[in-house]
Design a binder for this molecule. Structure first.
Ligand SMILES: [Zn+2]
Length: 329
């Protein structure tokens, strides 16, 4: 299910304080400042996004409707009344300047009485100065403005800020809920079950576990195909093993690149040789490994210019097989 399809009913299993929050929303009495806390991956930001859409939606019926212009603009991040600090990926903290800029934007904003939402995700990243600079605005929030904060660690939020917010604590997901969400996202039953068991109620962690598992699967595949080739005669069987990899081929290439680089570093004595590397690769001449890597990089360039994946795979198989066949003493 995508976030745009979320309904209030999807949150009712998230604990009594979330249910009370949704009831406040429904009855049009949501406090002007809400702080959503809970461990990483329990759905705080999803809930904050949902509230933002519900507050800005202009539908006459159930809000958010997911269809009106306001809903769509919130989803695409272009709604003029949805404000958030302008952070770059390099910003590890939310600084006082970020908050000042945000508040400046808020004050300049035309006051037509419309609703506005100020989203402060990862509010625990605000420096103490940044939090202090926000305080007055929280205290004096005008009617129709909502400050929605999310934080992994409640204790990282100053008591003065907390005392001005309705604090909503979101519990970890139940295991069976994680499993059903993952299955609804198209993950196989067994993998969903395993990830749900190990994620400690964090959907984010469950997705990371699945990504790790997928990486491991691709890694094994790389060693069983490209890195198992001894001569061109082995290529057809290897190609056959990859025949269903259309959607994963580019990731497979990057895993292959990574593993060849690892082998190269291991040959140069800079790290441990991957245990899966065959004796051929373990004893490969360093320049030969370098040439194999060049072939992979060339394949990636071809993919980047949209050359058919199968053609790229076949060419790469041939090139690697030929390279490896020259290594024999
Ligand atoms: Zn709407």
């Amino acid at each position: 299910m995508s976030n745009s399809e979320l309904r209030a009913a999807d949150f009712v299993s998230r604990g009594s304080s979330v249910r009370a929050l949704l009831e406040d929303l429904r009855l049009n009495r949501l406090p002007n400042a809400v702080l959503m806390c809970g461990a990483s991956g329990v759905g705080k930001r999803t809930l904050a996004d949902y509230l933002a859409r519900a507050l800005l939606c202009v539908s006459e019926g159930e809000r958010p409707c997911g269809r009106c212009g306001a809903c769509k603009r919130v989803l695409s991040g272009t709604h003029p009344d949805l404000l958030a600090p302008a952070l770059t990926p390099r910003d590890k903290t939310i600084k006082i300047d970020h908050i000042r800029e945000l508040l400046e934007q808020l004050s300049r904003h035309s006051l037509e009485g419309g609703r506005r939402v100020i989203l402060l995700k990862n509010a625990e990243r605000m420096t103490a100065q940044a939090q202090n600079s926000l305080l007055k605005s929280l205290e004096e929030a005008r009617e129709g403005d909502w400050f929605l904060l999310t934080a992994d660690q409640e204790s990282a939020i100053l008591p003065t800020i907390r005392s001005r917010c309705l604090t909503v604590r979101i519990p970890p997901f139940e295991e069976k809920r994680v499993r059903s969400i993952l299955i609804a996202e198209g993950i196989g039953d067994a993998a969903a079950e395993r990830a749900a068991e190990l994620c400690e109620g964090s959907l984010t962690r469950a997705r990371e576990l699945l990504a790790d598992e997928e990486d491991e699967r691709l890694r094994r595949m790389v060693y069983d195909t490209f890195l198992a080739l001894q001569s061109a005669a082995d290529a057809p069987a290897a190609e056959n093993r990859l025949k269903d990899m259309k959607d994963h081929f580019d990731r497979l290439l990057s895993v292959l690149e990574r593993e060849i680089r690892l082998i190269s570093r291991a040959r140069a004595g800079l790290c441990e040789m991957p245990a899966e590397a065959s004796s051929v690769w373990q004893q490969a001449p360093l320049f030969g490994v370098g040439r194999a890597l060049d072939h992979v990089l060339q394949a990636q360039r071809l993919r980047a210019s949209n050359v058919n994946w199968q053609a790229v795979m076949n060419g790469l198989m041939q090139n690697i097989a030929e390279e490896v066949s020259t290594w024999r003493p």
